[in-house]
Design a protein. Structure first.
Length: 343
């Protein structure tokens, strides 16, 4: 059973490819490699023992997407493709609205056009959303019925796409849509062959810490130590990318198994501060992580962690990896690939 993954060569997409193969599916990667590397496909072949089909192109090209869907005839689509850096979205909001919202519209129009040609099929889509749609929540942990908002254009783009999906699902009840609100993906495949390889200066904590540990950067900037948290630094729900990939497989199985759409959090249900992550990475790597306190970043919130109970009830899914495991797998990837996929 084929599953098409837009942005499938990216960080989360590549790990989901492995999880889908392990579950007996046939993943097809669609990517333009704007934020990923073609060598990922060779690494995936090494891990899975089989070649991964590739459709190279841009999700903004709707006619091309229609052609891909007609040729591949996937049972479902997982939509990862898009830009994801909070800081960059604040500096370049139009880029995020164009690529993220425009890309989603293009994909949905292509899926709708192909569905019109074969109305007996049920379009099935898993959308890669984010906990940023909760804005700056008033309390913790966050459940799916919390008020939504946004504190940056990245989160705004995810919120708009969610609203588009809900409107589409109301107008087209035959569609099966799973919205997965990620918290903070970290870690790497235990083989050390695939992991997070951000272009330029990392925008997220874990890859930056890893680059400091491997000697690529002198120190970590900790953005704010005056938040209302136990040690003053920001608290986030870090989830191992392996757990996240398993969540996508569970979502696909649930959508294909019943005609019911859903929205669920994918997180651990526990928050860790920036300094907790630094100490855990020092344990994993055996190296000191020098850091400096810097001003808060625009768009950041003090704390954010999930109530993942609905995902357990609906999908039978829960996160199983600890922070120490997340750091150990990240260090294995980073130390074995100090320049990422450009090594």
């Amino acid at each position: 059973m084929k599953i098409l993954l837009t942005g499938g060569a990216g960080y989360i997409g590549s790990h989901t490819v492995v999880a889908l193969v392990d579950a007996g599916f046939e993943p097809v990667v669609l990517d333009n490699f704007a934020n990923s590397h073609p060598v990922v496909l060779d690494r995936l072949t090494s891990i899975t023992g089989q070649p991964v089909p590739l459709e190279r192109g841009d999700v903004l090209d709707t006619p091309w997407l229609e052609d891909v869907l007609r040729r591949q005839q996937p049972a479902g689509v997982v939509h990862f493709a898009g830009d994801k850096a909070v800081g960059e979205s604040v500096a370049q909001p139009l880029k995020y609205f164009h690529n993220n919202i425009g890309g989603a519209i293009s994909l949905l129009r292509a899926m709708e056009a192909v569905h019109a040609e074969a109305p007996e099929t049920a379009p099935t889509l898993v959308f890669s959303s984010s906990a940023t749609v909760y804005g700056d929540p008033a309390s913790m942990p966050i459940t799916e019925d919390f008020p939504r908002g946004h504190t940056n254009p990245y989160g705004h783009s995810k919120l708009v796409i969610e609203d588009m999906l809900y409107a589409l699902n109301a107008a087209r009840p035959a569609w099966r849509v799973g919205v997965l609100r990620y918290f903070n993906p970290v870690g790497a495949h235990p083989s050390g062959l695939i992991g997070e390889d951000p272009a330029g200066i990392p925008n997220n904590l874990m890859p930056y810490v890893a680059q400091v540990a491997v000697g690529q950067r002198d120190h970590l900037n900790v953005f704010g130590n005056d938040y209302a948290t136990p040690d003053g630094t920001g608290v986030r729900d870090y989830i191992h990318v392996q757990d996240l990939a398993a969540g996508h497989v569970a979502a696909i199985k649930a959508l294909l198994g019943r005609d019911e759409s859903f929205t669920v959090n994918l997180g651990t249900g526990r928050g860790h501060s920036v300094l907790e992550v630094v100490r855990a990475f020092e344990r994993a790597s055996g190296r000191a992580i020098p850091y400096r306190i810097a001003p808060r970043r625009p768009g950041d919130v003090a704390q954010c962690w999930a109530d993942p109970g609905l995902a357990l009830r609906l999908l039978g899914w829960r996160a199983t990896h600890s922070l120490d495991e997340m750091c150990a797998d990240t260090w294995r990837w980073q130390s074995g690939n100090p320049n990422g996929y450009r090594s």
